[in-house]
Design a protein around this ligand. Structure first.
Ligand code: ADP
Length: 587
């Protein structure tokens, strides 16, 4: 602060010259003529100066935001400008021009600091309401468009959000983030370059935020083992999604009790399955039987003529050749055991559906390796065979297909229970006749009318998906894994209910894929099927498939009862709708 021109206060003890009044300083000042004391006058002008300055700057900012020309001035602004001028003249007169300039500069600077802070807050608030920006350059060859600093005077803040920047833990990390943003370092290479998966995820996440201008707040980064997914479960991680896990049970199945973990965000689902478990338990339990165990893969090969394609079909179906092909196939793994080959011809093209047991693995990788072995082998006797694709969709993976519904894929299981009359009444709040009628008209006739493919059930996929996510299965395989026909019949002179679910394509494993991740592994452990079975290869995966079918049985029983009793809407309103006003949750 420049105070050179401020008048020094004269101490009372100052020497006074002859003829001077003892109470007055030597040099009289112009301010002596003021009607108010000096300090009060200064305070008054300072207050006027700052308040008018603040008022004018606020108006200025509003005009910029509203795109109002700055030269359009209201009466109040005119009056404020005059007051500002008056206070400036006074302050210059008293303190000098340098001091006033510095005060104006600083107050201006402070005001715009506030402005920018407010802008940023506003932008962040806006950001949470806006949809996702287009795909960015992470890991792609598309050049990165450098971020342009925010220009509040030209661009409406709602259209171009400011980048969200989290300070990096080190200068080096900051540089890597910038390199990813600029496209100099591919995002996918961070793990191999840094040798630290957590650090790679953190840097990728920050670069993503800066590129998109979107906050990832709410998507957790901490608390996850990023090394465990490397090269196996997920590429280019930036965090992980949390899904609550509920427990239904005990499910009494083949004399053993299971507590079934279900990862879901659908209210009512766990509660309903739990009720089904209760009804099954109170009726003496359910019985599950495994009918088949074989994962499939079907390559498509092409010949010059349909005749040649037919020759290969006949060769593969000849029992004499089957032994040799089995040996070649089974070399893929000590757990692979070829179960059968099913061929289908379309003109010159042959689809060969290999079916193999795969131990405790779901088995897609294992079977694919076996198929490759056989194709290489067949090339010797059929050199004119052109392998079009290792998968020709006759497999059929992750698509609704009649071949899975009829032939089965993975584990085929049937599960049943007899629910006693009083349990139907007390626990399920309905009666046997109503359930049998509903099942016939909904799950059988209704699904037939709809042209269903494996969908002769109420909601098998709900239970399958929730158990799959909790136990690290491939959730996309819920498509064929949820194929299910639910049957209901009155038994014991029409008093009790016989219910069954038949599921031909349950594709599960307890080793490989997502099953080895810590949370999923804990859920498998809860069921007693974690990892490879020590007693017999494949026993854990087969038991898991039976538990899935048993859980579906419980889910079918409970939902069908709710519908028969007319409770469905009521219970969903209770468990699916919290009292939160969803309209207030910004998207
Ligand atoms: P998938 O074939 O389901 O994709 P992976 O290939 O990821 O599964 O996992 C299977 C791997 O686990 C194979 O390398 C296999 O040798 C090994 N493995 C260890 N124990 C078992 C087991 N009991 N059953 C099946 N595979 C097992």
């Amino acid at each position: 602060m420049d105070v050179r021109r401020r008048q020094a206060k004269m101490p009372q003890s100052v020497k006074i010259g002859a003829g001077d009044s003892p109470m007055k300083p030597n040099n009289p000042k112009p301010s002596d003529a003021l009607p108010l004391p000096l300090s009060l006058t200064n305070g008054l002008f300072f207050t006027m100066f700052f308040s008018v300055m603040y008022f004018l700057l606020t108006r200025w900012r509003e005009k910029i935001r509203n795109s109002t020309p700055l030269h359009v001035v209201t009466l109040s602004e005119l009056a404020a400008s005059v007051s500002l001028l008056a206070s400036i003249i006074y302050l210059i007169g008293f303190f000098g021009i340098d001091f006033v300039q510095s005060v104006i500069y600083r107050s201006n600077e402070d005001a715009w600091d506030v402005e920018e802070e407010e802008n940023e807050k506003f932008i962040i608030e806006e950001d949470s309401r806006m949809g996702a920006s287009p795909a960015t350059t992470l890991g792609c060859a598309v050049p990165v468009i450098p971020l342009i600093p925010q220009q509040p005077t030209k661009v409406p803040v709602t259209e171009k959000p400011a980048p969200i920047i989290t300070p990096q833990s080190s200068e080096e990390d900051e540089q890597i983030v910038n390199s990813v943003v600029e496209g100099k370092v591919p995002s996918y290479s961070l793990e191999s370059k840094l040798g630290d998966c957590k650090r790679a995820a953190s840097i990728r996440r920050e670069a993503l935020q800066r590129i998109t201008g979107k906050s990832l707040e709410g998507l957790p980064l901490e608390g996850f083992d990023y090394e465990s997914i490397l090269g196996q479960c997920c590429e280019m991680p930036v965090g992980y999604v949390q899904i609550p896990v509920g427990i239904a049970g005990p499910l009494l199945l083949n004399g053993t009790e299971f507590m079934v973990p279900m990862a879901t965000t659908e209210g009512c689902l766990v509660a309903s399955t739990n009720r089904g478990c209760k009804a099954i338990y109170a009726s003496g339990g359910a019985t599950g039987t495994l009918l088949k165990d074989g994962m499939t893969r079907a390559p498509v090969v092409r010949f010059e003529t349909a005749k040649r394609a037919a020759e290969l079909k006949l060769y593969l179906e000849n029992p004499v050749n089957y032994e040799t092909i089995s040996v070649v196939f089974n070399k893929s793994s000590r757990f692979a055991k070829l179960q059968g080959i099913h061929c289908a011809i379309a003109g010159k093209n042959l689809y060969i559906r290999f079916n193999s047991s795969t131990g405790d693995a779901m088995g897609m990788n294992m079977v694919s390796k076996g198929v490759q072995n056989v194709l290489d082998f067949l090339g010797n006797d059929f050199p004119d065979m052109d392998v079009i694709g290792i998968s020709g969709n006759f497999c059929s993976d992750k698509k609704p297909a009649a071949v899975n519904w009829i032939e089965g894929r993975g584990k085929s299981v049937v599960c049943e229970a007899i629910i006693k009359e009083e349990i139907v009444k007390k626990v399920l709040k309905t009666n046997v006749a109503a359930l049998v009628e509903l099942n016939m008209l909904k799950n059988l006739t209704g699904s037939a009318i709809a042209g269903a493919l494996g969908g002769f059930n109420a909601h098998a996929s709900n239970i399958v998906s929730a158990v799959y996510i909790a136990t690290g299965q491939d959730p996309a395989q819920n498509i064929e894994s949820s194929h299910c026909i639910t049957m209901m019949e009155a038994v014991n002179d029409g008093k009790d209910l016989h219910i069954s679910v038949t599921m031909p394509s349950i594709e599960v494993g307890t080793v490989g894929g997502g099953t080895q991740l810590s949370s999923q592994s804990a859920c498998l452990n809860l069921l007693g099927v974690k990892g490879a079975s020590k007693e017999s290869a494949g026993a854990n995966a087969r038991l898991l498939a039976t538990i899935v079918a048993g859980s579906v049985l419980a889910g079918e029983l409970s939902l069908m009862s709710a519908i028969a009793a007319g409770q469905l809407v009521k219970s969903h309103m209770k468990y699916n709708r919290s009292s939160k006003d969803v309209t207030k949750i910004s998207s």
